[in-house]
Design a protein around this ligand. Structure first.
Ligand code: ADP
Length: 278
């Protein structure tokens, strides 16, 4: 956008004063298109379970009114659909909360090894139900990073949940932690890897996985209770934590997701606060 604004003439005459302005609207248009897309996708995702709920309500009020078996079955499905809507709304709220303070770097010291251990323990029942062997490998000693404990728990939760959900039953999921020296000499990073032996992800999908609502197979994601927002939440959380995300996948062999955060060195950030007791 190009424009010109005349300014009042300066006293004493001379050339008229004009301010020229140049504004690049490409970025503004892109953001606006993303916002419109997001609202359309979110509405569509909410409409799908809502339409199913309305359909079952009508059936229960009409043809299935006096059929106790159908009633029981339909109520079960309605409950699943309502839970899906709740999950979606929770994820939408998390995403907007994270985006609100995405530019604020956390100041608390947390142990990424402990967070991973805690989340693996919490996910053990889900893995057990699906016949997946879930384990964690970590080096001795703490792995300190500056972070928000709840947000990092959520990151590990999303990655482990994906590995368990998409890794296939009877598979193995390993969460491992590593201290990796930065090759550019900018201190070490703490890396968390989540590896599964599932069907993997075709290469063309990988760059788009962190987009909101992007799924390789929408039907299978929905069936597994997915919202398509998990990796978007992971990406935005990592932005705040100066973290990096790398997804590597070999179709037929499995997927490894790597998340790394700068290691916290005690002399680096005097303002850092110790982690409160768990
Ligand atoms: P969802 O709620 O659908 O799981 P995510 O944002 O967490 O959403 O993941 C996006 C998509 O990436 C998933 O729908 C799935 O198609 C694919 N995906 C994520 N993790 C894996 C994995 N470990 N193996 C295979 N596909 C995966």
């Amino acid at each position: 956008q190009i424009g010109a604004l005349p300014l009042p003439d300066m006293p004493g005459g001379g050339e008229p004063n004009i301010v020229l302005f140049l504004r690049d609207l490409t970025e503004a248009r892109r953001l606006e298109a993303m916002r419109v897309d997001f609202v359309a996708n979110a509405s569509h995702e909410l409409r799908t379970p809502l339409a199913a709920l309305l359909g079952f309500i009508e059936t229960l009020q009409g043809p299935a009114r006096d059929d106790p078996r159908a009633r029981e079955q339909f109520l079960g499905i309605m409950r699943t659909q309502a839970q899906r809507m709740t999950g979606l709304i929770d994820d939408l709220l998390s995403l907007s909360r994270i985006e609100l303070h995405e530019h604020v770097v956390p100041t608390r010291i947390v142990d990424l090894g402990r967070i991973a251990r805690q989340m693996v323990d919490m996910q053990a029942p889900l893995a057990g139900e699906r016949g997946v062997a879930l384990s964690v490998e970590r080096p001795e000693g703490p792995l300190p990073v500056l972070g928000d404990r709840d947000e990092l728990l959520r990151v590990v939760e999303n990655l482990v949940e994906n590995a368990v959900k998409y890794g296939g039953s009877g598979g193995v999921v390993v969460v491992s932690l590593h201290r990796v020296e930065d090759p550019n000499g900018r201190g070490a990073r703490i890396e968390l890897r989540v590896r599964d032996e599932g069907p993997g992800i075709p290469a063309e999908h990988i760059p788009r996985l962190t987009e909101r609502f992007y799924r390789v197979d929408t039907a299978s994601s929905r069936q597994q209770g997915g919202t398509g927002l998990g990796l978007a939440i992971v990406k935005h959380t990592l932005n705040r934590h100066r973290g990096k995300l790398v997804i590597e996948s070999e179709p037929g062999q499995g997927t490894t997701v790597r998340v790394s955060l700068p290691e916290h060195r005690p002399d680096a950030e005097e303002a850092a606060l110790p982690e409160p007791p768990a």
